[in-house]
Write a protein that binds this ligand. Structure first.
Ligand SMILES: C[S@@+](CC[C@H](N)C(=O)[O-])C[C@H]1O[C@@H](n2cnc3c(N)ncnc32)[C@H](O)[C@@H]1O
Length: 375
């Protein structure tokens, strides 16, 4: 396993992308160490900020992945395949600054006035118009730096005092800023700030791939956007969204707006929560089926699930149907202490999670299932 401290390129790029409910990096390293070998393929159909493809890549393992959320996709693509030239990234940041027009300084509403100083707001508005992050790797790398630092504690990001991992509702933020005396956003030069953050991220270089292709990561539903693979995968390692819990758009409303992928105020539509169990079941079933089409009968499936009954039942029913020749195991209290969201300052107690392991019956080996009970 490579060194993932901040003194290495892998350590710096691995941590790119604050994302709610992200996998702890040591957990992913451990599962990949146990179940995959160099040149194997790992699939994560719900890859979030891309820890599975990234850790696979740094271990010489190929990966395919998908995520429907552009924020997740930009982080995943950039950390596994950033633009190789820091100078080019900084030049592009400078070009965005030069493309600012007077109109870009105008706040649309009170939230924007209090969240960002005029220079930052103008930089974001110009990026929304100029960055072709879908198609262009250089623009995607700049967009990744913009959303990485869009909101955070004062001094750490481009915004007034905010959480890093998720954006709260605008009304809540306005009340909080006014009550606590944060009624002016900090004066920041966006381009200088972002270039400095890029210097830090690139300071140890970018991560090589040990002669394997870089991970192939689709933007869109795993139903139809999971990339094709020349060979089937040996390991599926993933965590699907949970039933009746966010679909990750509302937590990311501000970053989605900065990417020109959402409105400047969130709509809190309950559809964003997988409230309908049947829709949830269909989504899972389709996404897991397309994952199965890219795997072997002998593939190991390792799924982190919400422990609450409804999500767990729907996931296990779906997988029991798809994998009748696998034996299933459960481990109810995995790696609960050091979650990445806690590291980013989210001290909320999270609903319990449970790990579900589907082992092909013939593949069972001593040690693989330590800590797991037969389901
Ligand atoms: C629990 S999170 C995964 C977090 C990830 N393990 C990480 O470390 O960041 C679930 C992810 O599923 C994504 N998602 C929801 N529906 C999807 C779909 N139909 N296809 C692909 N991704 C989807 C969400 O955008 C979210 O990023």
């Amino acid at each position: 396993m490579p060194d993932l401290s901040f003194s290495t390129a892998a350590g710096r790029w691995a941590r790119m992308g604050p994302y709610y409910a992200m996998f702890p990096i040591p957990f992913v390293s451990e599962v990949i160490r146990l179940f995959a070998k160099p040149r194997n393929i790992v699939i994560d159909p719900f890859c979030g900020r891309g820890t599975v493809p990234f850790i696979a890549m740094t271990n010489g393992i190929m990966a395919i992945a998908a995520d429907i959320n552009p924020v997740a996709w930009i982080y995943s693509k950039t950390k596994t395949d950033p633009h190789p030239s820091l100078d080019e990234v900084k030049r592009r940041i400078e070009q965005i600054r030069e493309a600012v027009t007077p109109h870009d300084y105008q706040a649309e509403h009170e939230f924007q006035e209090l969240a960002f100083c005029p220079d930052v707001l103008a930089f974001i508005n110009t990026s929304r118009r100029e960055l072709d992050w879908h198609k262009c790797r250089l623009d995607r790398t700049v967009a990744a730096f913009l959303i990485q630092h869009l909101h955070d504690k004062i001094g750490h990001g481009l915004s007034n005092q905010m959480r890093h991992s998720r954006a709260m509702s605008p009304g809540y933020c306005i009340r909080w800023w006014r009550n606590k005396g944060f009624d002016r956003p900090p004066e920041i030069e966006a381009h200088t700030f972002l270039k400095r953050r890029a210097d830090w991220r690139y300071a140890k270089g970018i991560v090589g791939t040990k002669r394997i292709p870089r991970p192939s990561i689709g933007l869109g539903s795993a139903r139809n956007s999971l990339p094709e693979s020349a060979f089937p995968a040996e390991l599926v390692l993933t965590s699907p969204p949970y039933c009746n819990v966010t679909n990750y758009r509302s937590d990311n409303w501000l970053r989605l707006w900065a990417l020109d992928e959402g409105p400047s105020l969130p709509d809190w539509n309950p559809d964003q929560k997988f409230t309908d169990p049947e829709n949830y079941r269909n989504m899972l079933s389709d996404c897991f089926r397309s994952t199965q089409e890219r795997s072997y009968e002998q593939t190991v499936w390792y799924i982190r699930s919400d422990a609450r009954l409804q999500t767990k039942e729907i996931i296990t029913e779906t997988l029991d149907g798809l994998l009748p020749d696998h034996r299933s195991y459960e481990n109810p209290a995995p790696y609960q202490s050091a979650t990445q969201t806690a590291l980013y300052g989210d001290r909320n107690t999270k609903p319990g999670e449970i790990d579900l392991l589907y082992m092909p019956k013939r593949k069972r080996r001593r040690g693989f299932t330590r800590g797991f009970a037969i389901a």
